[in-house]
Design a binder for this molecule. Structure first.
Ligand SMILES: Cc1ncc(COP(=O)(O)O)c(C=O)c1O
Length: 441
């Protein structure tokens, strides 16, 4: 019995022994295709020697330097690469060790910004139901994943509230046009601002593509501009959480590039370091940083491991490879192939209600009945069963239940590395097809 407090306390997980490219070898059995990058993390696949060399070299030079005393070249070069050309007006980066830490930093930078510009009353954050922003208490309170949130509700801050997500398959009316649905959601956000007092709202927070909680839910055209307009009308910030959907996963480096908006603050993590090291970051608009510079002169925040040299060196190597190997082009090409293959294999499947996503970030939502979109009973744990069958068939996909409301609904996510080749895509869909048929017939 393991002495680790594993995710399940009843079953110890298999030991992972090695990873090369898309393949992961466990201590027993044949290698499996990593078709989800864990949770959309391993964007280069496993064992890229260039990243390993960068990590080794940084560790040899200096593994750790506290940011009270020093910066390091890897962090400086990573920041230059990310915001040197001020994409969308984002000019500064702040490096942390995870997506949750990035979200905490985004909340605190927002709060401090409003203190610095003389609006201390702004302390309310509006996020969306069926969202996920992390597991630390601030990020958990912000998020709308109620299954994860509810046990801790008594110890979460009360500055967070939630509006509806833009989730067309589940919540757009049968007779409602896209424009009307977007207008309804904008009206709901406006009403929430009014309920809280618009002068009290600090930010609206959303994932451009909802990640694991609802399963690769893209917004309708016009949705993000409409949300941005509500924020602008009331002087609140727009924070976009690209921890899962960002850094190329959607086919563009930033998912917001396809939404017609730019964020005031953006969070990134998984695809930043590709799993080679734990790293996340916030990217912030110049005017926000300028307000702090002119005011107190410091971001009142900090972690022992922020801008960790080895983590930054790994992320720098990963990001250079994405750029130099033109991997975003491959994400777009393989994304089209994946979409077509999923449609071909599951488009008429009696128990696949929706196939959705973008780039190399796709989900299948399972239903008991396609016509009524009725979900399977939650107790049947369909997504878990599909994950187990897929592992047995030799492919890793990421499962989640509670797709609709935190309890009802099942989906799996397919998020292969940006390096995937046509044969990989075909093998992934074939094996997943066998797994789905084994569970659902
Ligand atoms: C959209 C989003 N935000 C934040 C997080 C939290 O990131 P981490 O698990 O690295 O703390 C996640 C993790 O899945 C995520 O998907």
């Amino acid at each position: 019995m393991s002495r680790i407090l594993h995710r399940s306390l009843r079953n110890d997980p298999l030991l992972a022994v090695s990873g090369r490219g898309l393949l992961v070898q466990g201590a027993e059995g044949a290698p499996v295709i990593d078709a989800s990058g864990g949770a959309a993390v391993a964007c280069l696949g496993h064992g890229d020697e260039r990243v390993v060399a960068a990590i080794t070299e940084q560790a040899r030079q200096i593994a750790y330097a506290h940011t009270v005393f020093f910066s390091c070249a890897a962090a400086e070069e990573l920041a230059d690469l990310l915001v040197g050309e001020a994409p969308g007006g984002l000019t500064h980066a702040y490096f942390v060790s995870s997506g949750s830490e990035a979200m905490e930093a985004a909340l605190k930078l927002t709060r401090q910004y409003f203190l610095e510009i003389g609006q201390p009353q702004r302390h309310r954050f509006i996020a969306r139901r069926q969202s996920y922003h992390g597991n630390t208490l601030g990020a958990l309170g912000l998020g709308g994943n109620f299954a994860r949130r509810d046990p801790y509700a008594p110890i979460l801050a009360d500055c967070f509230s939630h509006v509806s997500p833009c989730f067309a398959y589940r919540f757009q009316g049968a007779q409602e046009s896209d424009a009307d649905y977007v207008a309804r959601l904008a009206a709901e956000l406006e009403a929430e601002f009014q309920r809280l007092g618009p002068q009290n709202v600090a930010a609206f927070v959303a994932e451009p593509i909802v990640g694991a909680t609802a399963g690769c839910v893209t917004a309708l055209p016009g949705y993000f501009p409409a949300m941005r307009a509500v924020c602008d009308r009331h002087g609140a910030l727009l924070i976009l959480d690209e921890v899962m959907c960002g850094m190329g996963r959607s086919g563009t480096l930033h998912a917001w590039e396809q939404e017609g908006v730019t964020p005031d603050i953006q969070t990134i993590a998984k695809g930043l370091g590709g799993g080679y090291q734990p790293i996340g970051a916030i990217l912030a608009q110049g005017r926000i940083v300028a307000a702090l510079t002119a005011g107190s002169g410091a971001f009142k925040h900090g972690h022992t491991y922020q801008a960790h040299p080895v983590a930054c060196a790994a992320a720098l190597a990963v990001q250079r490879i994405i750029r130099d190997d033109a991997l975003l082009e491959n994400v777009r090409a393989m994304g089209q192939r994946l979409e077509a293959a999923l449609q071909d294999r599951f488009g008429n499947h009696a128990h696949v209600g929706d196939i959705r996503g973008r780039g190399l970030f796709w989900a299948l939502e399972f239903v008991d009945d396609r016509a009524s979109r009725k979900a399977f009973p939650a107790a049947r744990k369909v997504s878990e069963a599909v994950k187990d069958a897929a592992m047995a068939a030799g492919v890793m996909i990421y499962p989640m239940g509670g797709t609709i409301d935190g309890v009802q609904g099942d989906h799996v996510i397919i998020a292969p590395p940006y390096t995937a080749q046509p044969g990989d895509i075909d093998a992934i869909v074939a094996r997943l097809g066998d797994a789905v048929d084994a569970v659902l017939g």
